[in-house]
Design a protein around this ligand. Structure first.
Ligand code: ZN
Ligand code: ZN
Ligand code: FE
Length: 761
């Protein structure tokens, strides 16, 4: 009888994992034992090989809902089997890594109870159990028990206490357990006599009448209105000064999502699973959602209700009939973090709303909604936060120590590294706002305490003036700097647990380069110890300082000037209407005199410029808007296969952005459709990636390509690159769980810091 020894890593403590293993052993006649070892769960399993196979398969794929298995290490032992039955062994907690659970969406059983008239938690807005409910966002300290959560203010009634203490109930050891008698309460902010049922009905009524409400959720407040009501959405856009940036939508149920969007099997599993992120889905033509929700956008971000209160907002026995889709966008003033308490909501959200539906369960740690896209039928993360953070990324190194990657200046998240585990934080936000900087500091303090770790080194960006770098220096520990695009590539490598040298393409908007210019189209030869710059986008000049990152026409005008000179650019501008004659003269003046001008290799800016040249978006109201609409235009053009390597003679590692733009202009002069030219732009860039990949392989003998940076959120570009690269024999590393954008660089920084301290010792 073969005997196996396994270590199961992940969220496997305090989630009913050991009884689950014992039940499985019983089912498949396995002898042995299971024990909680702190950092992992240890299993000895002996039995017939066929049964062992089934046992391990179910172990991995049918694990309890709340658990998350990160890795199972299994080896066969040659020793004699002494077991005659299967036991759960109580063992002292060993020193090791701690797993903090993310928040978990309401489970099916609690949903059923919520709407069961005979259940004592009928319509209770805070119903939860061992398998569902808030976790990270209500935690003050570890270990995870009620006294260290924001539920400590709500002493359990005798009935709840009984369930909490009885192993056979669904609420055994569920820290946030409560009921209508002892739990928190919802109310209308500023009218505290409107509470409970009447508060929920008032909120529903406000939405039905076309109003805007704020509603307190798991990780912060949302702004919410009817997603089919043009006037309400237009008003919300006006108030938020957010003309086109897409809003996320919460739908009553999966049928309502399928009414609006094409939902693949994988997307459906993700939408209905226990993490309930926002999923970007292709829209159908016959949906009911207002186009203002995501103007001219072929995709829309959809999610399902994930708290009991969300469910009650859609469904309540008050005779009102709610729309099936609601706008649910983060409740925050521009630039600031999501509001999490009544003081912030009152101060910042009153002007956006007709009513604020709040409650008295405190949010300790903010968590915005997670946003994911799909690529090749795999999850492709855009923003990793609620339900995912702080689940760690695990590396197979023998790292020892504790480090912090402080993250980027935009879309900030930070990352705590502890030995081989790297814990990305929830989404923090853009560091241009002091309130967000403070949120970063506070969340670092909280999360390091929760993970019971003390970083000795912090890694930050090389940019001298970043707020994140200032926060890093304030921590009073060793600071090391990591170049922005190298951090992107490291992050992609780490996520794929890749320890070999790679050829990395880091394409994004902005990063501070080693030569103090703006980088953003980089080909790097990289491993955990360092990198060299193999190539890049042909540099162009950006004139107009900060404005040029949002006003693509400025880049376009500067590019045309550098390509064709003054006379022809003036002539072209008449056709392209990039800007007024005086604006054009100002660009010329800046370029001629080197005022407010900087060299750049940014692919993001190249996209913006082409978007302006094609008259798709002349400028952006949010970072990446012009590029995004260029992608949409290209997707409308019928697909033509990528002609890999049509130019073998070009041996330069410089990606000829100037020639690409020249071709676009030529196309316009020949009267080609902007959709066609948008597509050909993507194709040309993809071909340059293929060409330089092959060239880099010839030079370095490296066969692994890593793709990272915000530009690779563009799934059309990915499509044009990934399969052709594979056909050329490359191994391609992509992001999945960690965003390719700046929300992902903290992981790369943390890994570099970890490598740094392990090298020393
Ligand atoms: Zn539940
Ligand atoms: Zn109770
Ligand atoms: Fe970046």
């Amino acid at each position: 009888m073969p005997l196996f020894h396994s270590k199961v890593y992940g969220i496997v403590q305090g989630v009913g994992f050991r009884p689950f293993v014992a039940r499985l052993a019983d089912e498949f006649s396995i002898y042995g034992s299971v024990a909680n070892k702190g950092p992992f769960v240890e299993i000895f399993a002996a039995g017939a090989l066929k049964n062992l196979e089934k046992f391990y398969h179910k172990l991995e794929y049918n694990a309890p809902e709340r658990s998350t298995i990160l890795r199972i290490d299994t080896e066969e032992l040659n020793s004699e089997v002494k077991f005659t039955d299967f036991n759960i062994i109580e063992s002292a907690k060993e020193q090791g890594d701690i797993f903090v659970s993310p928040d978990i969406a309401i489970c099916d059983k609690c949903t059923a109870e919520l709407f069961d008239k005979n259940n004592r938690r009928y319509l209770h807005p805070f119903i939860n159990c061992t398998a569902c409910g808030p976790r990270l966002t209500i935690l003050e300290a570890m270990p995870y028990d009620r006294e260290r959560t924001s539920m400590k203010e709500f002493p359990m009634c005798p009935e709840c206490r009984h369930e909490y203490n009885t192993p056979t109930t669904r609420r055994y050891d569920a820290q946030p357990v409560c009921c209508n008698d002892c739990g928190p309460e919802v109310y209308v902010l500023g009218a505290k006599d409107i509470r409970g049922a009447s508060a929920i009905t008032r909120a529903r009524k406000t939405i039905i009448e076309g109003g805007i409400i704020a509603i307190k959720g798991i990780g912060g407040f949302h702004l919410c209105c009817d997603a089919t009501n043009n006037a309400a959405i237009a008003r919300l856009r006006n108030l938020k000064h957010r003309p086109v940036k897409p809003f996320a939508i919460m739908a009553r149920n999966i049928a309502a999502i399928e009414q609006e969007c094409l939902v693949s099997a994988k997307a459906k599993a993700l939408l209905t699973g226990h993490q309930k992120p926002i999923v970007l889905l292709p829209r159908k033509d016959n949906g009911f959602i207002s186009d203002l929700a995501a103007p001219q956008n072929p995709k829309i971000g959809m999610m399902l209700p994930y708290t009991p209160l969300h469910l009650l907002l859609f469904e309540y026995p008050d005779g009102l009939s709610m729309p099936s889709t609601l706008i649910m966008t983060s409740g925050n003033p521009a630039g600031a973090p999501i509001c999490r308490n009544d003081v912030e909501a009152e101060k910042y959200l009153t002007e956006f709303t007709d009513l604020i539906l709040s409650h008295n369960r405190k949010i300790i740690i903010r968590a915005d909604d997670t946003v994911t896209d799909f690529f090749n039928d795999h999850i492709y993360m855009v923003r990793r936060s609620r339900g995912f953070a702080p689940l760690p990324i695990m590396l197979s190194n023998n790292f020892k120590g504790a480090v912090l990657g402080i993250g980027g200046e935009l879309k900030n998240t930070f990352c705590i590294g502890h030995n081989n585990l790297f814990y990305p934080s929830p989404y923090i936000g853009d560091m241009g706002d002091l309130r967000t900087v403070n949120a970063l500091k506070e969340t670092i303090t909280r999360l390091t305490a929760l993970l019971e770790t003390t970083p000795t080194v912090v890694a930050c960006d090389m940019h001298p003036n970043y707020n994140t770098s200032a926060v890093a220096r304030e921590l009073g520990i060793d600071v090391i700097t990591v170049q922005h695009h190298y951090a992107h590539i490291l992050s992609c490598m780490a996520e794929n647990d890749c320890h070999d040298k790679v050829i990395g393409f880091a394409f994004d908007g902005t990063g501070y380069g080693l030569d103090k210019t703006i980088w953003g189209g980089e080909i790097l030869l990289a491993d955990f110890n360092g990198f060299t710059r193999l190539g890049h986008i042909a540099p162009f000049k950006q004139a107009g300082g900060d404005k040029s990152s949002i006003e693509g026409w400025r880049i376009a005008a500067a590019m045309l000037y550098q390509l064709y000179g003054k006379e022809k650019t003036i002539e072209l501008n008449k056709k392209l209407s990039l800007c007024s004659t005086s604006e054009l003269s100002a660009i010329f003046f800046m370029l001629d005199n080197n005022i407010n001008t900087i060299a750049s290799t940014s692919v993001g800016r190249l996209f913006d410029a082409v978007s302006a040249i094609l008259n798709i978006k002349n400028k952006s109201t949010f970072e990446g808007e012009a590029s995004m609409y260029l992608e949409f235009a290209a997707e409308k053009w019928h697909k033509k296969a990528c002609s890999a390597l049509d130019d073998n003679s070009n041996k330069s590692m410089i990606i000829a952005s100037d020639k690409i733009v020249d071709k676009i202009v030529e196309g316009i002069l020949h009267g080609a459709a902007s959709e066609q030219l948008a597509y050909e732009f993507h194709l040309a860039l993809a071909n340059e990636i293929l060409r330089t990949s092959v060239l880099a392989r010839e030079k370095t003998k490296i066969n692994i390509i890593a793709l990272s940076g915000g530009v690779f959120q563009n799934t059309l570009l990915l499509e044009l690159v990934v399969n052709p690269l594979k056909k050329l024999g490359f191994k391609v590393l992509l992001h999945r769980q960690i965003p390719p954008n700046d929300g992902g660089i903290a992981l790369g920084q943390a890994v570099f810091a970890m490598q740094h301290i392990n090298k020393k010792e």
